[in-house]
Design a protein around this ligand. Structure first.
Ligand code: KG4
Ligand code: ZN
Length: 354
């Protein structure tokens, strides 16, 4: 097994990273934590669109079909040979269990065949690490807003593997709310990108939408009221035979989500003493949220980091990056590694049965 001192001496650590927690199969090759040699992604969106959401069994079956070929492609486009791989990393939690198991089993097989360490990576920690790729100078401590299809979290990142949860959603995730609103509007899947596009040029004050607060927990969030408000708005308009202005509704919706995450992120930085704020996850691609975070952070004198849109969604490069830091802490796994549908980003490695 490799240890931290051997990693530090050998500055050419090449990690093959695998991500299959939802509807994207991705394999990447990452050197020394932050240098992405390749990052191959196959999206299944087309296959799930007709169902209006991800169908878990279809997702698992598609991952298993493409993962071997994609791994070869990632190694090839990185310009390395398999014998140069120093470790294999994989998303082991959280996510769709069948989808995770495909990646975990493939990673195990690869690590076993190459006789290299296996590094389990938490998906949300991976999203946070997308910032290390985009901003080579960035180091913890910082606050990170993670907003994806399955999670909405405010995380205090005090070290590369030291996380504390400062706030989280009590019900739907921000991305899920975008997707559900788009489904009711009948404008396609996944909804976030489509609503974002429609919002351009719309009036964000045109429709009054709620911004929920969780009593006694200023950093927790709740999106179910916003989802219900949009559904009611659509149904009422249908009953009255009125036409909704989609651009204005999309702009109002984006602003409502943004108001719920932006203010909390800035306030949490102030209260907990973080001078840097990062954003991560698919919803961090949203133009309104990016703009409002910039405005809020600028006014508060907080340094803001948001990865480019291409690194906000699911990809294996972010998993390879976080894997490097997990490896430095000896966070490797044995061949009994399992996958977990749910697990907090603040999980304790020593409490896991790896
Ligand atoms: O991080 P991600 O790719 O996968 C998960 O880990 O869930 O996030 C996917 C979510 C979806 O709900 C999608 O609608 C949302 O991110 N999303 C967006 C945008 N692009 C993707 N939401 C708002 N605005 C966007 N531009
Ligand atoms: Zn994700």
């Amino acid at each position: 097994m490799a240890n931290a001192s051997c990693i530090l001496k050998n500055r050419k650590n090449i990690i093959l990273a695998i991500e299959s927690s939802c509807d994207e199969t991705s394999v990447a090759v990452v050197r020394n934590g932050r240098e992405v040699l390749s990052n191959e992604v196959i999206s299944q969106i087309d296959m799930h669109t007709i169902y209006g959401g991800v169908v878990p069994e279809i997702a698992s079956r598609k991952h298993i079909e493409v993962i071997c070929g994609l791994s070869d492609r990632a190694v090839g486009s990185a310009g390395i040979s398999k014998s140069e791989i120093d470790a294999v990393a994989v998303t082991f939690a959280p996510g769709l269990i069948g989808a995770l198991l495909v990646g975990v089993n493939f990673a195990k097989g690869t690590a076993f065949a190459l006789n290299k360490p296996l590094i389990p990576v938490h998906h949300i920690r991976g999203h946070v690490a997308a910032n290390y790729i985009a901003f080579p100078e960035l180091e913890p401590p910082f606050m990170c807003l993670v907003a994806s299809g399955g999670h909405t979290l405010l995380l205090g990142v005090d070290g590369y593997t030291d996380y504390k949860i400062i706030g989280s959603t009590r019900d739907d995730a921000a991305g899920e709310t975008f997707d559900k609103a788009a489904r009711v509007l009948g404008i396609g899947y996944p909804g976030g990108k489509i609503i974002d596009r429609l919002a351009a040029g719309g009036d964000p004050a045109a429709y009054a939408l709620p911004r929920a607060k969780v009593e006694g927990c200023p950093y927790d969030m709740s999106f179910s009221g916003l989802k219900t408000a949009v559904i009611n708005l659509i149904h009422n308009a249908e009953q009255r035979g009125e036409e909704l202005d989609l651009h204005n509704l999309a702009a109002s919706f984006c602003m409502a989500v943004s108001d719920m995450v932006t203010g909390r992120s800035i306030d949490a930085c102030r209260e907990f003493g973080y001078k840097k704020l990062c954003a991560a996850g698919g919803v961090a691609a949203n133009s309104v949220i990016r703009r409002e975070l910039e405005k809020g952070a600028g006014e508060a004198g907080i340094e803001l980091y948001i990865p480019p849109v291409g690194l906000c969604g699911d990809n294996a490069a972010m998993i390879g990056c976080q894997a490097y830091y997990e490896w430095m802490e000896h966070h490797t796994a044995c061949m009994e590694l399992n996958a977990y549908a749910t697990l907090g980003a603040d999980y304790d490695y020593s409490g896991m049965f790896f």
